[in-house]
Ligand binder design. Sequence first.
Ligand code: NAI
Ligand code: MG
Length: 484
Amino acid sequence: MPVMPLGLDPSLCFINGDWVPSTGGAHAALINPSDGSTLCDIARGTDEDIDRAVTAASEALRSEWGKATAAERGRVLAKIGHGMLQHIDELAQLEAMDVGKPLKQARADVVALARYMEFYAGACDKVHGETIPYLDGYTVYTLREPHGVTGHIIPWNYPMQIIGRSVGAALAMGNAAVLKPAEEACLTALAFAEIARAAGLPRGALNVVPGLGAEAGAALTRHSGVNHVSFTGSVGVGKLIQETTARNVVPVTLELGGKSPQLVFDDADIDAALPFLVNAGVQNAGQTCSAASRILVQRGAYDRVVAEMGKRYDAFRVGPAMDDLDVGPLISARQKAIVEGYLAQGDGLEVAGRGKIVANAPSGGAYVAPVLYAGVCPDHVLAQEEIFGPVQVIIPFETEQEALEIANGTQYGLVAAVWSQNGGRQMRLAKQLRAGQVFLNNYGAGGGVELPFGGTGLSGHGREKGFEALYGFSTLKTIAAYHM
Ligand code: NAI
Ligand code: MG
């Protein structure tokens, strides 16, 4: 049983500012992926729990939270961010235990969540409308208003970062939130709620109902009292949520992962590129929506990049999250089986490097040694489908045009990078790459709270992060006053 910050009981839901048991009384086991043991039981939220949470959120909008000024909202968000940093050690340990990520990554995630709170704290009172010149005798202006009750369904890979970008931006615009964390990892979502309560967030502004996707998750997306849904997770569930929310004609933001490429040209600074090339593949054991799982390399640089990346892969050590090695376990035995299924399809491919699982890694852990494949055809299944594990493919190319076609040749479009010293090429490709973010001579898998982020194609739609997210979490009202 992990030690929860602030003496929290992880088996409860957070509804209307109180810690309460689920009405169904059922629980689900939370598994530690580093050894397969049960960490604790979490609530298995029901339709009724979701209904209570949505009701509390809509009441909050009619009372203290709804009446708070933008500056007051900002002050609370800043306090939440500060509270996260005050508890950084406990939170990082919780996240490492729950998700299996090495401690240093878990710490970085706490800092990222705090940064989101700081960013949105400062942004609350800086979103304003416009005045619009119109007919004689009119004054026309626009107001940015909250949607109302927002539903947030988040995955297990970066719980804290995704709470920051999703719940943080929603609260900043004056929405109330109901958060359904993933059944595989929800401890930091609960800790976030307690820290927000202690920071003075009014009751009902944030509610957290843990539970299964098909139960609490589905109940949240179909609830008629929910006015906006943001979802991060698989393509299949994203499609389902878009269908469900369509029945209530509710806007939805979908962030569904990708098959993001980094393009390395002969003229690139290869030494500068190498750490970005490999880290963007194995960070968080490859369970990153914006992982750069495809590395496209021009012929002149190809042998060197394959050899250097392979060397780094061979040096990767995989082990328990608390040992804080390069790579931790995957989230679950199920995710491990999915990734191993993909690795079986790599039989016959050239393996350019492979990490090692440390000898003392518990046998019940969901460990997969990172694998780097080279000489892969762009249409191979490992070069097309999101694996969500520590696996990268290197694809050779000859010309800029060929690189562009390969890069744009999947159904996804989340992030891309170009490594080249040629300014014209950088600009051409930045325009032509099908992606929501393009990095030139760097790569920021998930990084940068200030940077608008989101995809196209199967990667989803809508933009989170940065100032842009505040437009997504609000609706525009036009007011035309006639005063002749
Ligand atoms: P998932 O899409 O099933 O789970 C994500 C969240 O959706 C969880 O909170 C889950 O409880 C909820 N959910 C599941 N079914 C739902 C439903 N019917 N209605 C409402 N909410 C529902 O993803 P899963 O199964 O955990 O991972 C499978 C694959 O999804 C991964 O291998 C990866 O390819 C992709 N994925 C992508 C992520 C990203 O960051 N874009 C994050 C997690 C998974
Ligand atoms: Mg877990």
